[in-house]
Design a protein around this ligand. Structure first.
Ligand code: CS2
Length: 473
């Protein structure tokens, strides 16, 4: 008698799954996480001319935790992407990660950045990890930057090598070492593509990396300026943290035990502007758009999608909701979102932006009941996110002689949400916590100042936000 074993999931790696051969690592990524795997890897896989012989592989490095890199390594880089629509799921094995490394493996990062075969470095390290000052300026005073500067100068002065001087801790610090090595090996230019949700993310990456390189060694700074291109992008795909239940979904549907699948929405978009001196995948084949002026696209996404996300993250949680789908299903939150969109839309007038269609699509995306996008996840790093998502809309409205109440409400919701908190998930938590416990009237002003010094000086703005904070409690 034979028994069938078909319900037992099989191990998941290159010897058990039918996938094309692993491509060469010609792309490097810093910030290996769910978004990278749902977005850049999907675009790269779908841009190959010959799917059976892929040309563009990724060597991806964790930003912090080593767990994901180790799990991926044990699966030969393979993972399942689950596209979760409102009614059903699609499962796809992604083949493009050919090396997954924990952040500590800097020597491999430097080797790859110096290799002539490496054409592109993409980055997702979160908005705050660029460690820039006002106006996205390079800021050697920031403690993480100052520490890396010291490490790099000590190494470059030749007094002792990098290992004795310690390893730089910031993304920019690590990249600068790799670029110095690339220059030493005369390996030519490459493109740096920030895929973080920052306005002018090309400038942010440039100022963080080239600024540090120039501060360490002016000649290296000049080489970076000359050889490295910084590409601006607007990236979009809602990718919540993977819930444990997804592992069981994948095992049931595919028959494999993937330890690290990713769930994402069906929608995706990638707009880019800039040069690629060492080549790149044909991402447009997968639907990426290359444009001459990215700014209007960037604003549309940061204000309409991310701005309303942040508004819901704070106002929605105050109203007892846990996910985006719950918040947008609440008529009050929905009204605040629509009011915020009305204000933002006044400043999104470039032809071709199709704001009404974009808004309709957002309502569908936010309402997807099968995507559990936690508001608490979006609420993180509010002090940096609101600077790009709500402050510019409020300022533009005031400039036009209007109150900007809906944008001010997003800021007020953050302040109301922080009330009484002694811990906060924010890369600038020290600043936020210092401003937070002050007496009520000073607290509101102090927190506005964390976002924008100029707004905090305007009495009518402070009064307006104060009233909104009261009304949200
Ligand atoms: C979200 C974004 O967590 C957040 O701050 O607003 O991650 C958002 O889901 C993506 O930008 C969508 O493309």
């Amino acid at each position: 008698m034979t028994t069938s074993n078909t319900t037992e999931p099989r191990p998941f790696n290159r010897s058990t799954v039918d996938v094309p051969p692993a491509p060469q690592p010609r792309l490097v990524h810093i910030g290996l996480g769910a978004f990278h795997r749902a977005h850049q890897l999907w675009y790269t896989q779908h841009s190959e001319d010959d799917a059976a012989h892929p040309q563009w592989g990724y060597a991806s490095f964790s930003g912090r935790s080593a767990d994901l890199a180790n799990a991926l390594q044990s699966q030969d880089g393979l993972y399942t992407l689950v596209e979760r629509g409102p009614d059903s799921d699609e499962y796809e094995v992604i083949n493009g990660i050919v090396e997954a490394h924990p952040a500590e493996n800097v020597s491999r990062l430097w080797e790859l950045l110096a290799a002539p075969s490496t054409a592109v470095l993409t980055i997702t390290v979160t908005e705050a990890a660029y460690n820039l000052g006002e106006g996205l300026a390079f800021d050697p005073e920031q403690s993480a930057v100052a520490a890396d500067l010291e490490t790099l100068k000590a190494a470059i002065d030749g007094a002792f090598g990098l290992s004795e001087a310690g390893v730089p801790a910031t993304m920019a610090g690590k990249v600068v070492v790799g670029l110095a090595e690339r220059r030493r090996q005369d390996a030519g230019g490459l493109a740096v593509v920030s895929c973080d949700n920052l306005s002018a993310n090309d400038l942010a990456a440039h100022n963080a990396i080239q600024g540090l390189a120039a501060a360490v060694d002016p000649e290296l700074g000049a080489w970076v300026e000359e050889n490295v291109s910084f590409v601006a992008t607007s990236i979009d795909r809602i990718t919540p943290r993977t819930e444990d239940s997804v592992l069981a979904d994948v095992a049931r549907e595919t028959g494999y035990t993937d330890q690290v699948p990713v769930v994402t929405e069906p929608f995706r978009s990638w707009v880019l502007q800039g040069e690629f001196p060492a080549g790149r995948p044909d991402w447009e084949k997968a639907g990426a758009e290359f444009v001459a002026d990215i700014e209007p696209f960037e604003r549309r996404k940061l204000w309409l999608l991310n701005g309303s996300h942040s508004l819901m993250a704070y106002a929605g949680q105050l109203r007892g909701h846990a996910t985006v789908a719950e918040a947008i299903g609440d008529p009050v939150c929905r009204m605040w979102v629509e009011e915020f969109w009305d204000e933002a839309a006044q400043h999104l007038t470039t032809p071709g932006l199709d704001v009404p269609d974009y808004r309709d699509a957002l309502l569908d995306r936010f309402s997807n009941p099968r995507i559990a996008h936690n508001l608490a996840q979006i609420a993180m790093d509010g002090s940096t996110k609101l600077q790009m998502r709500a402050v510019p809309v409020l300022k533009a409205e005031r400039q036009a002689g209007r109150a900007g109440t809906a944008a001010a409400r997003a800021i007020a919701a953050w302040i109301a949400y922080l009330d009484g908190r002694t811990e906060v998930s924010d890369a600038r938590s020290e600043l936020v916590l210092e401003a937070n416990p002050k007496p009520v009237d000073e607290r509101v002003r102090a927190l506005i100042a964390v976002l924008d010094a100029e707004l905090a000086q305007q009495e009518d703005v402070v009064d307006q936000i104060n009233e909104l904070v009261d009304s949200l409690k």
